[in-house]
Design a protein around this ligand. Sequence first.
Ligand code: GLN
Length: 307
Amino acid sequence: MDYQSLLNDVVSDVAAYRGQGKVASYIPTLAQADPQKFGIALVLKDGTAVTAGDAEESFSIQSISYVFAVAQALHHLKGSLWNHVGREPSGLPVGSIVQLELEKGRPRNPLTSGGAIVVCDQLMTTCGAAAAGDEMLEFLRDRSGDPSVAVDDNLAMSESRAGAFNRSLANFIAAFGNLHNPVEEVLSLYYRNCSIAMSCSQLARAALFLAFDGVDPATGDTITTESRSRRINALMMTCGHYDSSGDFAFRVGLPGKSSVSGAILAVIPGTGTVCVWSPGLNAAGMSLVGMAALETLIDRTGWSVFV
Ligand code: GLN
């Protein structure tokens, strides 16, 4: 298959949607993003990237970091992670608090904000905050093959200042005894992870191990076990897009994770990974152009796991 013309076609197919989404405004720095931007990167088994549009432009990875944090937490905590967070879809927006009261401070899954906050807390207890944050950054540098990947500190600060919702979630979880470190310290690790700046091609490259049973096929490095890789994919499939996870399975049919910065990372098992980015969001908080692009890509390739 001529992947370059495929991606070029996708870019022209979705051109009409550009600028239609609404950029997230609750994080001031994020509100300045240009909704006209659109990038797509496809990374194949040998690690090469095929790209189109703004695929080399950096954006904050936001909740896509939750996926890598789960991999990190499963490595350090193994199955005991599930004493603190569930693995069921929530059917609610990413930062919803309502279920937390009914379910006594145990977030539904690690791909919600509350769940990711609990994952950060567990990592802090096990490794220490600084080591956990450094390990995440090093991991993404190694996996993307780019040592210049860094945290956007201004964004992390901007998000912390505007962080009343996440602060509420964290305090609520703490009130139920499911947070073991000081709220502000847990949130600062959480924001640090969310504010890591990467491009579509870097993100797709970093996640390649998830398409190949936990092994990075280009370097041969074992990143996680086959069973953890399979389970991370299962979480992405069922919980990766807030209350639109069912719609994503229906329209795209791949394990994936969306972020409020307008990126969507998807895993094509046995083939590779794809990352799209366009900051304008649809009503469900997913990249509007990115979603259209992935749908077009899957229509043309038949890469859905449900085929
Ligand atoms: N950092 C963002 C937040 O906590 C992440 C949310 C997201 O990407 N959906 O609000």
